[in-house]
Design a binder for this molecule. Sequence first.
Ligand code: ADP
Length: 258
Amino acid sequence: MSILSVANVSFSYGEYEVLKNIDADFEEGKLYVILGPNGSGKTTLLNCIMSNLAWYSGIIRLKGQDVKKMTSRERARLISYVPQNTVIDFEFTAREIVLMGRSPYLRFFENESLEDVRIAEECMAMTNVLHLMDKNIKEISGGERQRVLIARALCQDTPIMVLDEPASSLDIYHEINVMDILRNIVREKRRTVICVMHDLNTAARYADYLYLMSNGNIVARGEAKEVFNSENLEKVYSVKSDVIEVDGKKYIVIDSIV
Ligand code: ADP
């Protein structure tokens, strides 16, 4: 059974329909990648899943329960979110930001325990930001901030993690580091990870299952070998491409735009 299901979800900004009858299922122990050109509705879909845009039609279920009927605290114990290009305009240290990941487990005004601090430091070590612990979040680079936010989501320790372009501001070392961490928690802890990303080759390398979006619809879904073919890429991205296979892995080589 799926841990998260999106059934017949539509969403509009005024007259403009951004999501059109989306159906998607997410199972435990799998890493999902959502792809599609700019404006195809990926971030909107994540925001519906996170109940940030709660006026969608259709139904989104977390562990079988309608998310709209859950409290934000109940949701926060099941699903964590790393949004795109977050600006944090408060004077928090990186450590304080990561520790916020523990708040769904604390009572009101309860302080974090030593165990919470240990978990936060472990997550900061995983994403290589432990040395930034006492730095003001406003005074670190975009890529470092992204890794702090990924550490916060890891610290939240939820069965589902949702990340919007997690690698967008990361150098190649940290992109691979973060994607390896996500793959490990999927394999070892049977977590569900859902990432929006643009890089087709990173998606092919890490995704167990892909959703390809265009114009508010899911136009292809499945494993990389099913989704990545020249026809789909031309239809969705308007590019000519070759899909080659090396050691059983798919690589996409873009020739030109159409
Ligand atoms: P993607 O993540 O695939 O790039 P988005 O979900 O961000 O796409 O956006 C889908 C469409 O919704 C785009 O055409 C975008 O211009 C539009 N859109 C996004 N946010 C708003 C908003 N706040 N008001 C009106 N239209 C919006």
